[in-house]
Each structure stands twice: as structure tokens, then as C-alpha cells.
Design a protein around this ligand. Structure first.
Ligand code: PLP
Length: 383
């Protein structure tokens, strides 16, 4: 089965990992500092903190923002469950706000309507790699005394009005899972232009340990001394994986170019098909396309999914609205609260998209989709 996404690993990546394995440090050594510096360079010089997954990055970001019991987080529902689940792990209440029917991204006016005096963070997602309308969302969040979080698990390398994703929101989180745009096997990072948030994020990632004498309660205890002021966890991304990350970053520009080519090839091959809608790009967005979210109309998404899977094409659906998960239903969240997201889900089908996918395969997928919608086939199925 052709997968919908997969990593691209070359000999240089393997050599970079092997070099670390032969050295003195397996974890928290020079490769971590190098990877964080490389990431920061990509996101306009903004400080970054590497962690063990995109989920850890979200948890660290919420912890850095200081959210807990009694606080509310406004969240987009068209995302992987972790965007909301990690806020709940911190004790907060999640309030879902609807998305754009075009891009699947959080609507600024819906976010504004969901804000209360208790809102501390507004969590948006660069769905499929298309950046959010960050200026409007920043205004909504800041007007309400909240921070804007951008879950950029899909969009590292993208830009909005020529500014890089990672430099836009108060807190940006990345995932380096193999299907994403760049991989460290498991891994993630938080980027924030706010030095205090960056310090808190780095501290939470490493058990909450304070090693800066100037901030210690007992600075004269001795050279071995370190203190915990707030609880944290161990979310440290090891040197072995950071070396893979730095190596992968060197090919990110090509990943972006190739993903854009495949995206454009699908759109050229499918935009005239009755029964589907191809993805939209807003002016100002230069997406790093992680997904190709085709919209299948007239209730035929499931049939097309089964048709393509039967043809060996590993299509996927991204995503079930987060509050449809039984864990949210059990908390009292009800269907119907974000109609755009629910409709988006009902129509969405992610076609295979990854840098090493060949044009021939893309054309094969296009042909299978076209055949599914061709009049001869409908006639046959009516007989
Ligand atoms: C993949 C993903 C995550 C979680 O990242 P992991 O590295 O798998 O933990 C969070 N949010 C979104 C939107 C994702 O796609």
C-alpha cells in the first residue's frame, strides 16, 4: 500500500546519526545545541527548545504559559487530539471554536466569540501546512489578555506574508514525526520570541531544574546544587535524534519545493472534476504542504476512500473533530458545536503527499479519482 506520508532519509542523515553514536554524548550534548540553533535560524532567530514529540511541545508550551485549573484554552477542533488533550493534562478547560470552511484553520471571529475572562491561550493549527491568519488571531488573543499558540506540526518551513512560521505567534510548536515535513523519528520543538516563555519551556522540559545561581533560593549550597521551583518532566530530545534533525533541515527547502510540486500536480489533475473541491491558498500564505486535503462532495467521501484503498492507495482522513472523540463526549461536549469543522471532516480525504513520491504515482492517484467520478462508472454502477 502506498502510504499517505513518509520520511525521506538519505545517506547523509545516516552518517550524521552514526557520528553521534561514535562520540561522547548520546543525549543533551552539542548536537542538541546545534539543532536548536539551526531551527532558530530557520524561524527568524527566535529561540527554540527541542523536545521528544509534537505532543510534548504542546504540553511544554501550555506549561510555559502557566495554564492550570480554572483557565480556559480556546482551541481549533480540526486537528490531532494532542492540541487539546495536552491543555486538559495541565488542568485547563478547552473551548472549541469553529474553523474556516476553506482552509480548516481557526476563524478569528469564532475565536473571539469563544473568549471569556478565563481564556489564557488561543490554540490555532496550520492545517495541512497552510499558515493561520496570524495577525487577526494575535489581536483576538491579546485583546482578551491571552497568548496565541500556533500548532505548526504541519507547517515548518512555511511563511505568512514573508515571515516564517515559528516567528509569528507567542508560542509555536513543531512535530518531527516521520509523516511530518522533517523527521527526528520522534521529536518536536517549541519556538517563542518571548525570553521568559523560552526559559520556562526549557525548564519544564528538564524536570523544572534551575541551575542559574541568580535565580536560586539557596545560591551558596555548593557547586553541585540545582533546585526545582515548579514541577517539570523529562522531554529532552537526545543528541542522536538532534543530529538527524540538523541533517534533515539541510533538505527542508527541497522538501518544500517537492511537496508544492506534487500539490500543484494534484490540483491541475483534479480541479475540473465534478464532485470534488481542491485546496485553497489564501493570499499571503506560502504553505509547506504537509497534506493534500481533497474535499469530496455529495456524501461520497467514504466510497472514494474505500475505492482508493482497494486500489492500493493509502489515503487518510484528517481529522475527526476533536470533540467527537469519546473522551470529550464523556465530558459533555456535544456534536454540532462547530458546523464548519464537522462538514470539513465529512468531506475531507488526504491524498498521498511526501517528497519521494514520484509523478507517476501522483498521476495514478489522479487517474483513480477521475475514474471514480467518470460518467461511465456511474452508469455501470446503476446497472
Ligand atoms: C502530529 C501532530 C501532533 C502531535 O505530534 P507528535 O510528534 O506525533 O506527538 C500535534 N498536532 C498536530 C496538528 C499534528 O499533526
Amino acid at each position: 500500500m502506498l502510504p499517505y506520508g513518509r520520511q525521506s532519509i538519505v545517506e547523509e542523515d545516516i552518517a550524521a546519526v552514526a557520528e553521534v553514536l561514535r562520540g561522547d554524548w548520546l543525549t543533551t550534548g552539542p548536537a542538541v545545541r546545534r539543532f536548536e540553533a539551526d531551527l532558530s535560524a530557520l524561524v527568524g532567530g527566535v529561540p527554540t527548545v527541542s523536545v521528544t514529540s509534537g505532543t510534548a511541545a504542546l504540553h511544554v508550551a501550555y506549561a510555559a504559559a502557566g495554564i492550570g485549573q480554572g483557565d480556559e484554552v480556546v482551541c481549533a477542533p480540526m486537528t490531532f487530539v494532542a492540541t487539546a488533550a495536552t491543555a486538559i493534562q495541565q488542568g485547563a478547560t478547552v473551548v472549541f471554536a469553529d474553523v474556516s470552511p476553506e482552509t480548516g484553520n481557526l476563524l478569528p471571529e469564532a475565536a473571539a466569540a469563544a473568549m471569556t475572562a478565563k481564556t489564557r491561550v488561543v490554540s490555532s493549527v496550520d492545517y495541512a501546512g497552510h499558515p493561520v491568519q496570524v495577525d487577526e488571531l494575535l489581536k483576538v488573543a491579546h485583546d482578551g489578555g491571552a497568548l496565541l499558540l500556533e500548532d505548526a506540526a504541519h507547517s515548518i518551513g512555511g511563511t505568512w506574508q514573508r515571515r516564517p512560521v515559528g516567528a509569528l505567534a507567542d508560542l509555536t510548536t513543531f512535530s518531527f514525526f516521520p509523516t511530518k515535513n522533517l523527521t527526528t523519528a520522534e521529536g518536536g520543538a517549541v519556538a517563542t520570541p518571548n525570553p521568559d516563555l523560552a526559559r520556562r519551556a526549557a525548564q519544564f522540559r528538564n524536570h523544572g531544574l534551575v541551575r542559574d545561581k541568580a535565580r536560586m533560593r539557596y545560591p551558596d549550597e555548593g557547586g553541585w546544587h540545582q533546585e526545582v521551583h515548579e514541577f517539570g518532566l523529562n522531554y529532552r530530545l537526545p543528541d542522536v535524534l538532534c543530529a538527524l534533525g540538523s541533517s534533515q533541515l539541510r533538505r527542508l527547502a527541497w522538501f518544500k519545493e517537492r511537496r508544492a510540486e506534487i500539490h500543484a500536480r494534484y490540483t491541475a489533475g483534479l480541479s475540473d472534476v465534478d464532485g470534488v473541491r481542491t485546496p485553497v491558498t489564501l493570499p499571503g500564505a506560502d504553505p509547506m504542504w504537509h497534506l493534500y486535503p481533497l474535499r469530496v462532495l455529495d456524501g461520497r467521501r467514504r466510497d472514494l476512500f474505500d475505492h482508493l484503498r482497494a486500489g492500493g492507495i493509502g489515503v487518510q482522513v484528517n481529522y475527526i473533530p476533536v470533540y467527537w472523540h469519546p473522551v470529550f463526549a464523556d465530558l459533555g461536549y456535544q456534536r454540532g458545536m462547530c458546523p464548519n469543522a464537522e462538514r470539513f471532516y465529512a468531506e475531507e480525504l488526504s491524498l498521498p503527499l511526501f517528497p519521494d513520491l514520484s509523478d507517476d504515482y501522483v498521476d495514478r492517484v489522479i487517474e483513480l479519482v477521475r475514474k471514480f467520478f467518470s460518467p461511465e462508472r456511474s452508469l455501470r454502477s446503476e446497472q
